[in-house]
Design a protein around this ligand. Structure first.
Ligand SMILES: [Fe+2]
Ligand SMILES: [Fe+2]
Length: 272
């Protein structure tokens, strides 16, 4: 069994410090096997924001895997944005923009979807080289191992606009490759709204019901009509459980909980 605390959109620089301390207490109590953070670690890509984010990472009671988000690139310093967009991220967080962790139960790959040069700074994109990298990374991972891909921008529209735009460029083109290499779960953030479900509910042409989970903002005051929260994901073959842990005003506690079962062909089925 593995437990993954899926956090997102920390936005250091726009932090609620009471929530931050409660989050660390909750993670210390939950003791996950791994903490995944799906981007937007900082608000403005400034050194002091990244230093604060790094201090948070150093307090985590578990190994961590992170990917950058659109806020981790300078927005207003155009020289830095266009010439060294990930300089502070690489310096303070990690030089690895495609982190990969594998053991005998889970394999987790992070892919950077933040782009400094696209017209709408907030949107993201996945490129052909990254799609190939995903296929290569998971190609030799055994079928029984639960495979997770982490991006900042989701492969689905916002949960409150199911027919809205997918903000990740080339998402539809990438999905058949993700099916082929047996990915079980997509983790993302960006919308500041918690969600878990099957991507086939939206991408109906796909046959493999890959699961997707979006985490709300764990610590920021940039809320979107829901409290701070994160996803606690338990992978216990053949099932996977999503528990949303939300800020109540005093601490984090369990809110919604869904369980999915894997079929013998290693596809996810409807909630158990
Ligand atoms: Fe964000
Ligand atoms: Fe974002």
């Amino acid at each position: 069994m593995r437990t993954i605390a899926h956090l997102s959109d920390l936005h250091f620089g726009r932090i609620d410090h009471e929530v931050l301390e409660a989050l660390i207490s909750d993670l210390t109590m939950v003791r996950p096997s791994l903490v995944v953070i799906s981007g937007d670690l900082v608000q403005r890509a400034r050194k002091r924001h990244f230093r604060a984010a790094r201090a948070f990472l150093d307090r985590l009671p578990a190994p961590w895997l992170v990917v950058p988000g659109n806020h981790d690139i300078p927005a207003y310093n155009l020289l830095a944005r266009f010439t060294m967009p990930f300089r502070n991220y690489r310096r303070y967080i990690t030089p690895d923009l495609s982190p990969f962790i594998e053991d005998d139960e889970i394999a987790v790959l992070g892919i950077n979807t933040a782009r400094p040069l696209i017209l709408n700074f907030a949107h993201g994109r996945i490129n052909h080289r990254q799609i190939e990298h995903i296929v290569t990374a998971f190609r030799d991972v055994p079928a029984r191992v639960f495979k997770i891909l982490v991006t900042h921008h989701p492969f689905l529209p916002s949960p409150d606009k199911p027919s809205g735009k997918i903000l990740l460029g080339r998402a539809r083109e990438a999905l058949p490759a993700l099916e082929t290499c047996g990915i079980d779960l997509l983790l993302a953030g960006h919308f500041h709204r918690g969600f878990s479900g099957k991507i086939t509910d939206h991408h109906r042409h796909l046959t493999r019901p890959i699961l997707a989970a979006h985490a709300s903002t764990a610590t920021s005051t940039r809320l979107r009509d829901e409290p701070n929260g994160y996803n606690l994901i338990t992978v216990a073959e053949p099932s996977v459980t999503f528990e949303e842990r939300v800020w109540t005003g005093y601490g984090f506690s369990a809110s919604e909980c869904d369980t999915y079962a894997r079929t013998p062909r290693h596809h996810m089925a409807t909630p158990a």
